[in-house]
Design a binder for this molecule. Structure first.
Ligand code: SF4
Length: 206
């Protein structure tokens, strides 16, 4: 095994229209909130040689930032000598102090701990429904100022197309790689894609 992806939590602070959790909730299907703890992770991974492995914390139903023990779990894998940890997050949770500590952990990791900040716009972040953009930028800056390593992942929509070049410049100034995406998840039907596009264009996410 060279790489693995772990969904650390089923919780999230956002309601992105394309997300499976949003679609389930819209259909009246509740998403039970559960998180992995560092003790769970140790139990599973202590017996496995993790040296040189790539680990990704992403989610189908949850955002890793909503996992209460994200710091401890990241630290555990770094101590187990993994090659790289990628954390994909909307960055809308946790305290400034937490982001400072997480930036320091990344800084000490020799770029092995990398965040992919999912922010879809500079002054607007409409797709990330329920995420406070001011808090996001405070978290991003705190993490980067503490020496954290990160990339900025930007999904292009009609509402944020005009901010693309500004975003690219900001990412460069802040020392982040800039990644654009237009991808839909594979299991979204054409009808759902059309509905999602309509919602994005009309900013109709309620
Ligand atoms: S931030 Fe991620 S997990 Fe949360 S609603 Fe958006 S896509 Fe889903």
């Amino acid at each position: 095994m060279k790489a693995l992806e772990i969904e650390l939590t089923s919780a999230c602070n956002a309601r992105c229209p394309i997300c499976m959790r949003t679609r389930l909730i819209e259909r009246g299907i509740p998403v039970k909130k559960e998180h992995y703890t560092v003790d769970n992770i140790k139990q599973y991974f202590d017996p496995i040689d993790m040296k040189g492995m790539r680990v990704k914390f992403c989610g189908v139903l949850g955002d890793p930032i909503a996992c209460p023990e994200l710091y401890e779990i990241s630290e555990y894998f770094l101590n187990r000598e993994v090659k790289h940890i990628e954390v994909s997050t909307n960055a809308g949770l946790k305290t400034t102090k937490w982001w400072e500590r997480y930036g320091e952990l990344s800084s000490k990791s020799d770029n092995r701990l990398e965040i992919h900040f999912a922010i879809d716009g500079v002054n607007t972040n409409d797709y990330r429904v329920g995420v406070n953009l001011e808090k996001v930028w405070n978290n991003v800056d705190t993490y980067l100022n503490a020496g954290g390593f990160a990339s900025w992942q930007y999904i292009i929509f009609k509402y944020n197309e005009h901010e693309l070049e500004e975003a690219r410049t900001i990412a460069k100034d802040k020392g982040m790689k800039f990644i654009t995406r237009t991808a839909w998840k594979n299991d979204v039907s054409e009808i759902e894609q059309a509905d999602i596009k309509r919602k994005a264009e009309n900013k109709d996410y309620a």
